[in-house]
Design a protein around this ligand. Structure first.
Ligand code: ADP
Ligand code: MG
Length: 679
């Protein structure tokens, strides 16, 4: 039985409410697990209460009143054989006044705290008891829920689901026994209705074997589905390229620098992939400034030399434009036809671009997400390159992939390092190449954390740097809540700077400008015509102006660590010694200070990403990748790292030896993962 509608006892309104929780199948309902538990299995004598404990007490009301000072409250005293306890309600209904009348026998559950008159409970749950009311046999689960669905109805619904015989074991018994994990059905039963002797803390920390079993199953489902994607790729055909004999070496000869060892290594890995008859899906990861663009360009040349078109997609117009210019510089001497496509072109420009893409005369197409729109038809797309891939959703990458027939190769690039646990889980369907070395001659960026109260000194520094022929960025505070406010702040900052530095040439760039305006400003900054660039975080990714050597970031405490690291990577791209100043507002909390400490103590994107992962969880690092990739709900990559290792090591064996159980396993977990898209 799979559908909720197949359970007769479930009413329509119940099913509607469950849907609001994202629950649409019996599997999903069974996997809707408690947030915490309350222990109503025993009754504690009032004398034995301790402040901070949650406890159940039974006794008789000996006093009740509605007090009006200091504020309106219903206050009652409950007495048992051992002592008295105050019950206090700040919001209450007439029905509660009635229930708490003197002489009522009640069982109450709540958190104990010390009040003025001994122990008290604020807003305890209460129920009337008769002589023979039994205590609960199991701990009482408390579930995440929505308005309109009470805990008792949810508990009842789950109780019914537990009785439906939908908990078949999907793992070979030996496997979970060797890992000292309980059976699936036992785990579900124990978590929904834990026996009275369960250790509450282990249950709530998700450290009990029952939680671990489910965390393992979830991680395993993720591994299995990634393996299946991976295998699917091996069964699909892609254009097979021979190695480049002319273009790549011609390009390398024309460069003013030699590739680093790390660049050579990853270039080889990619070249090798492209000689295969199956689509490459490789992530090229390298810290900001490690030189990913040239590596991507080499792959592009291999495709072009084999007479297949290349698409190069960037997340912002500024970045797409910059890549376009760079490619013009590198590839025009090789007689390669480069085309540019963005949302902001005139109709005529756009039609010309589309025509070239369709007839194949455009060999290398650079653009923004305009590239995957319907109107764009490639004659023969062989390779899709996606810069700053974490800025794109799975759907967008998929759309670009579908622009080729057979399926094109895909090279994704990212400066955000992937901590090992993430690459083993969320990225397990990709191959990964890492550039782990920066080009020589870069002096490390000096990062300073300075209070906003020393702004005058900083302004002086900016002036000096610019007057000495360097260029600087001034990054406006991030205001995520409101685009209008963000715009106002950018304009204000710009006005302030113009006022402060009448002698400097200053530009402004922000997200609300027309693309052509943005490009004009960036081009002027790039050409050295502007000395100071006031900017919002639109410059976060990719922007490459080597002469810029000073960056000031306002309200740094509002930004994520990886984001700060990316921003900071806009300086230190040339030989000049670079500085990044993080300004913070005076009242910096301890945690905020600890966070910022990571960034000023480390220039290592990897360590920073790891800290970010620790502080903010994977959502932040995964970016929009998470839309379309099922997020883990039970397992935690840090806490359950051992289970992740185990899931990874058994996945292949299961696929091979127990394909049917694998299907059942995926079915259970994927059907309960909500809106899942096949990647
Ligand atoms: P990212 O990896 O952040 O995208 P880019 O590809 O923009 O970095 O490269 C940063 C800068 O370093 C560019 O100006 C690029 O031309 C230059 N560069 C790339 N590789 C090398 C190298 N091996 N030696 C010197 N400079 C290099
Ligand atoms: Mg880049």
């Amino acid at each position: 039985m799979r559908e909720l509608t197949e359970i007769k006892a479930f009413s329509k309104p119940l099913i509607t409410n469950l849907a609001k929780l994202g629950i649409s199948s019996v599997h999903a309902l069974l996997l809707h697990l408690p947030l915490r538990y309350i222990d109503e299995t025993r009754i504690t004598a009032i004398r034995d209460l301790r402040a901070g404990d949650a406890a159940q007490v039974e006794g008789e009301i000996i006093h009740a009143e509605v007090a009006y000072k200091p504020r309106k409250a219903l206050i009652a005293k409950l007495e048992d054989m051992s002592g008295q306890l105050t019950l206090r309600f700040l919001n209450f209904y007439p029905s509660q006044i009635a229930a708490l009348k003197v002489g009522a026998k009640l069982r109450v559950y709540g958190e104990v705290r010390s009040g003025f008159f001994g122990y008290e409970m604020v807003h305890p749950s209460t129920k009337a008891v008769g002589l023979k009311t039994e205590v609960a046999e199991t701990l009482t689960p408390v579930y995440p829920t929505v308005a309109g669905l009470t805990q008792p109805s949810l508990r009842k619904a789950i109780g019914i689901a537990l009785a439906q015989n939908c908990m078949q074991e999907t793992l070979p018994a030996r496997l979970y026994r060797d890992m000292r994990l309980p059976a699936f059905a036992d785990s579900l039963r124990a978590l929904h209705n834990p026996p009275p002797d369960s250790v509450l803390q282990a249950l709530e920390n998700k450290e009990s074997p029952y939680w671990r079993r489910l965390a393992f199953d979830e991680l395993l489902a993720q591994q299995l589905s990634m393996r299946k994607h991976y295998a699917r790729r091996r069964s699909v055909s892609a254009p097979q390229f021979s190695r480049s004999r002319l273009l790549v070496s011609a390009l390398l000869k024309s460069l003013p620098f030699a590739l680093t060892q790390a660049q050579q290594k990853v270039a080889l890995e990619i070249e090798q992939d492209l000689t295969q008859p199956h689509p490459m899906q490789r992530l090229l990861q390298g810290d900001v400034g490690s030189g990913k663009t040239i590596v991507a360009c080499m792959a592009a040349l291999q495709s072009i030399e084999n007479n297949w078109q290349v698409a190069f997609m960037a997340p912002t117009e500024i970045l797409a434009e910059q890549h376009y210019r760079k490619m013009l510089g590198w590839l025009t001497p090789l007689n390669i036809q480069i085309t540019w496509l963005t949302g902001s072109q005139t109709k005529k420009e756009r039609e010309a671009a589309l025509a070239g893409i369709a007839d194949g005369s455009a060999q290398f197409v650079v653009g923004t997400h305009a590239l995957f729109q319907d109107a764009v038809r490639f004659r023969n797309l062989g390779l899709a390159i996606i810069d700053e891939q974490h800025r794109f959703g799975v759907h967008q990458r998929l759309a670009l992939r579908q622009k080729g027939q057979p399926e094109p190769h895909q090279l994704m690039m990212s400066a955000t390092p992937i901590p090992r646990t993430l690459s083993m889980s969320y990225y397990a369907d990709l191959d990964v190449s890492v550039i782990d070395e920066l080009p020589p001659g870069r002096s490390p960026i000096v990062t300073k954390l300075i209070s906003d109260s020393r702004r005058d000194e900083i302004l002086q520094r900016v002036r000096e740097a610019c007057l000495q022929g360097n260029q600087a960025y001034w990054v406006c505070p991030l205001i995520e809540e409101s685009e209008a406010l963000q715009l106002a702040t950018a304009n204000d900052t710009f006005a302030l700077m113009q006022n402060e530095f009448p002698e400097l040439k200053i530009g402004l760039v922000h997200g609300r400008m027309k693309p052509a305006e943005k490009q004009a400003v960036m081009a002027a900054f790039s050409a050295g015509e502007l000395q100071l660039l006031v900017a919002t975080t639109v410059i976060e990714v990719g922007v490459d102006v080597p002469n810029a050597s000073l960056m000031v970031i306002e309200h740094a405490e509002r930004m994520g660590l990886s984001q700060l690291h990316q921003l900071r990577g806009r300086v230190g791209r040339g030989a000049a010694k670079s500085t990044c100043i993080l300004l913070y507002q005076n009242k910096l909390s301890e945690t905020a200070r600890a966070r910022l400490k990571v960034i000023y103590e480390s220039n290592d994107g990897f360590a920073i990403a790891q800290a970010d992962l620790h502080i903010r969880g994977p959502g932040e690092l995964l970016g929009v990748r998470q839309s379309g990739v099922p997020m883990l709900r039970i397992a935690d990559l840090e806490r359950d790292a051992d289970l992740l290792e185990a899931a990874k090591s058994v996945a292949d064996g299961l696929l091979e030896k127990h394909p049917q159980q694998v299907e059942a396993h995926l079915d259970r977990w994927m059907s309960s993962a909500g809106d899942l898209v096949k990647v």
